[in-house]
Design a protein around this ligand. Structure first.
Ligand code: MLT
Length: 322
């Protein structure tokens, strides 16, 4: 019996090794939990384009939207643990949603961390018609309104929603959230004046701010961004300590062989070290993690720390979802 078990284990190990040796043998899919054209989609497509060079196989992006990104993550969790399905996400999808939705899966134990990705300071932006030029004037306008202002989000639990909750928390204002399938479409309505503001990822707003199509009030970083030197920090704008950075990451289904995790991690790290890719990401205001934070284990530890940090605020907000 002992010989039989050892034979089975050896066969499985050999199979896993063989699987990894031949990986990838076909195209890989990165499941992005928000609409095309938004900040998550933009980052995923930049990385996918470079990862295919290292992996020698095409890397596709599939946008699966809804429920603050949790439908996409669920799709990845239920995919075979063979490295061909990657779950792209961030603080919202892989931390906040666990405190808001009955997911039917566990964000830590049902997924294998792959790599921590660039982070995005948030930026407070409004439609140009808002009668305010500074953050203090915006807060006065928000507090004086008879009804809450319409704040665009990518759904309950998304980064723009968590940032909105945090903004309400530190200022005492009330917002009326307008959910979209991503901040890409939300931005179109902000430019069009259908909604009043977004607490958005800088990478999504920076182009419209530079074009003068929307107004920026402050970035939630402790120092100004080289990609937006004219926009004050929240400290400078009179909201000291309101700091938030939306980090992203990639995961694979639990049980994916570690050799395959290592290959995918290496391809992502190659992409993040590629000068042309870094230029694209930095031009969007994205901050690339240091090398010692690019291991799968580093993402795992960071995700757990962020769950401990954010869940109390999110649970206290008592977010209602259908
Ligand atoms: C997006 O890509 O639309 C964003 O990541 C959404 C969000 O979390 O605010």
């Amino acid at each position: 019996m002992r010989k039989f078990v050892l034979a089975v284990v050896a066969t499985l190990a050999f199979a896993a090794g063989a699987l990894a040796d031949n990986f990838p043998a076909r195209s890989i899919t990165i499941v992005v939990p928000f609409s095309a054209g938004g900040p998550s989609d933009a980052m995923a497509r930049i990385l996918a384009e470079r990862m295919k060079t290292s992996l020698g196989e095409s890397v596709m992006v599939e946008n699966v939207t809804g429920a603050g990104g949790s439908i996409a993550v669920g799709r990845a969790v239920r995919s075979p643990p063979d490295g061909y399905t990657i779950s792209f996400g961030h603080l919202g999808t892989h931390v906040a949603n666990g405190a808001i939705y009955k997911l039917g899966f566990d964000l830590v134990s049902d997924l294998e961390p792959l790599v921590l990705l660039p982070s995005n300071p948030m930026i407070i932006v409004s439609k140009n018609a808002v009668p305010a030029k500074t953050l203090q004037e915006l807060l006065a306008w928000l507090k004086a309104r008879p009804t809450p202002a319409a704040a665009g989000t990518a759904g309950a639990g998304s980064g723009s929603h968590i940032a909105g909750l945090y903004f309400e928390n530190v200022t005492g204002i009330k917002l009326q959230y307008v959910p979209y399938r991503g901040t890409g479409p939300a931005m179109n309505d902000l430019v069009g004046g259908q909604i009043d503001l977004i607490v958005d990822q800088t990478s999504n707003s920076i182009g419209q701010v530079r074009a003068g199509n929307i107004r920026a009030y402050a970035v939630t970083a402790d120092k100004r961004l080289s990609s937006a030197p004219d926009v004050p920090t929240t400290d400078e704008a009179g909201l000291p300590g309101f700091h938030m950075t939306l980090w992203s990451g990639m995961w694979v289904p639990k049980g994916t062989p570690k050799e395959i995790v290592a290959k995918l991690n290496a391809a992502a790290v190659d992409a993040l070290n590629d000068p042309a890719v870094r230029k694209q990401l930095e031009n969007l205001g994205l901050q690339i993690p240091p090398a010692d934070q690019l291991s799968p284990a580093a993402l795992g530890a960071w995700q757990k720390a962020e769950i401990a940090k954010w869940w109390p605020m999110i649970k206290a907000a008592n977010v209602k979802v259908e």
